[in-house]
Design a protein around this ligand. Structure first.
Ligand SMILES: Cc1cc2nc3c(=O)[nH]c(=O)nc-3n(C[C@H](O)[C@H](O)[C@H](O)COP(=O)(O)OP(=O)(O)OC[C@H]3O[C@@H](n4cnc5c(N)ncnc54)[C@H](O)[C@@H]3O)c2cc1C
Ligand code: FES
Length: 245
């Protein structure tokens, strides 16, 4: 983990409520796709965790949705302003068990961490398929970016305004894959877990305190004991997950 001052290069709206933040600074502590950073905001006691969407050289890309005061404040920040960020947090996805045809499944702001993962898996020589799920067509972001990387992309929308009508699990059923990687809201993760035909890894977005393993505020029970989502997670393997309800 490193505490780094990043300069905002771009803070651009991709949809009505989703923004892409491009930052310049030291990204060397980020070692795996699926890791996250924790952003300090003026006047806020707790930092706000956001997944790494992409990292190349000294450029860090994050995608966030405005849901409350912290992310609203972030959306007003301008090019040239500075952010204090803890980087290289969490375990990230493990590419080793992917097989040659991994399936990536993202819902809403669970899509961004799958972008760097798709890139890494494609570079490893895998044939990557991604299912990106949204509520409506106007919420869709990054589908073209995944296609430009070389992934096969399926879109699902709950209202049927684009792609397959329904949930990500409706698209999963017809596909053949060697392993899966998922990120999204917990009800989606639970449905993916139940629908999946192979082993896989799921990334959880739990409310966090410190974000680096000190407060135990994000602990959850797994088959192999208690784990801190910020430290031993946010990615858990399918076989270690214990659903609480
Ligand atoms: C490991 C991790 C990675 C994340 N990656 C992303 C990402 O890439 N893009 C993105 O948009 N968001 C991501 N989140 C969620 C993001 O951290 C929260 O949306 C953000 O902290 C909300 O801050 P706020 O001040 O705007 O909202 P608040 O005013 O704090 O809360 C507003 C609403 O958002 C909910 N909320 C707040 N924090 C979380 C959280 N951690 N998880 C789920 N719901 C929350 C609250 O329950 C409330 O309903 C991630 C969270 C975690 C733990
Ligand atoms: S948020 Fe403090 S231990 Fe995870």
């Amino acid at each position: 983990m490193k505490e780094i001052k990043f300069i905002i290069i771009e803070n651009k709206a991709l949809t009505d409520s989703v923004y892409r933040l491009r930052l310049g600074g030291d990204t060397s502590a980020i070692t795996a796709p699926g890791q996250f950073v924790n952003i300090k905001l003026d006047g806020k006691f707790l930092r706000r965790p956001i997944s790494v969407c992409d990292r190349s050289g000294s450029m860090l890309t994050l995608i966030y949705k405005t849901v409350g005061t912290g992310t609203e404040q972030l959306s007003t920040m301008k090019k040239g302003e500075q952010l204090d960020i803890l980087t290289g947090l969490g375990n990230g996805y493990d590419l080793k068990p992917s097989g040659d045809r991994p399936l990536l499944i993202g819902g809403g702001v669970g899509v961004p961490p799958l972008f760097a993962l798709a890139d890494d898996l494609l570079q490893k020589g895998c044939k990557v398929t991604a299912i990106l799920g949204f509520n409506t067509a106007d919420e869709i972001f990054y589908a073209d970016e995944f296609r430009m990387l070389g992934a096969d992309v399926f879109i699902t929308t709950v209202d049927g305004s684009a792609g397959i009508k329904g949930f990500v699990t409706d698209a999963m059923k017809a596909l053949d894959y060697t392993y899966f990687y998922a990120c999204g809201p917990e009800p989606m993760l639970k449905a993916v877990y139940r629908t999946s035909k192979t082993e896989g890894q799921l990334s959880f977005e739990k409310r966090m305190g410190c974000g680096f393993g000190a407060c135990m505020g994000c602990s959850c029970r797994t088959v192999t004991g208690w784990k801190r989502i910020c430290k031993e997670g946010p990615v858990l393997r399918k076989e270690e997950i214990l659903w609480e309800n």
